[in-house]
Design a binder for this molecule. Structure first.
Ligand SMILES: [Zn+2]
Length: 195
């Protein structure tokens, strides 16, 4: 009986949780909102490097993220709660090695299903033409991930589980910083290249 109950609960859960894996086509991000009941719908997206390549000015060139979206469908609007966790690959600001930088965050977007009039622009509010049939969340996901990029591309290089930084360069930088306080990263790198 308990097993049956669990199976029922899992299948109900699965009905609501639509897992969408990105195959490089942005059509995966089109939500046919017209057919949705007024309730919360949950989606999960996975975006990788291919996703970022579809955006011209993406600051993330390589990345791997999982995004959960809770879409609260209402009469003339939708409240979108995005939460994501993942990592992107970039040059470390300290040693210039390519490192994976973890990133996570959440964002709320309110979608008003109405023609945009002369209303003042509100932050986190977008308008969707009532004639539209789909809501494209690709751009919203892209924006949310970029909004939460760290100011500096670095990790705790001294952390025991992270060996991705260039130890040799970091040690050199540390030595130099002990002698002189300003940033001598480029001097150190130049010196290493010459040797
Ligand atoms: Zn580093």
């Amino acid at each position: 009986m308990i097993l049956l109950q669990i199976i029922q609960e899992v299948s109900i859960f699965a009905l609501h949780l639509k897992t969408i894996f990105v195959m490089g086509a942005n059509s995966e991000f089109l939500i046919p909102f017209k057919g949705l009941h007024n309730e919360i719908h949950e989606y999960r997206f996975q975006v990788r490097t291919d996703f970022f390549k579809t955006f011209e000015n993406s600051r993330i060139k390589e990345g791997d993220y999982e995004i959960d979206l809770a879409l609260d469908k209402r009469e003339q609007m939708m409240i979108l709660d995005f939460s994501f966790t993942g990592k992107f690959r970039a040059a470390c600001d300290r040693c210039l090695s390519r490192i994976d930088i973890p990133s996570e965050g959440s964002d709320q977007i309110i979608v008003k299903i109405e023609s945009q009039t002369q209303k003042p622009v509100e932050e986190n509010v977008i308008f969707l033409n009532p004639d539209a049939h789909h809501l494209d969340v690709a751009g919203l996901i892209h924006d949310a991930l970029h909004l939460h990029l760290p100011i500096k591309n670095e990790r705790d290089c001294e952390a025991a589980d992270n060996k991705s930084c260039d130890r040799l360069i970091l040690d050199k930088i540390d030595q130099q910083e002990k002698v002189k306080s300003p940033d001598h990263t480029w001097d150190v790198l130049k010196e290493l290249k010459l040797n």
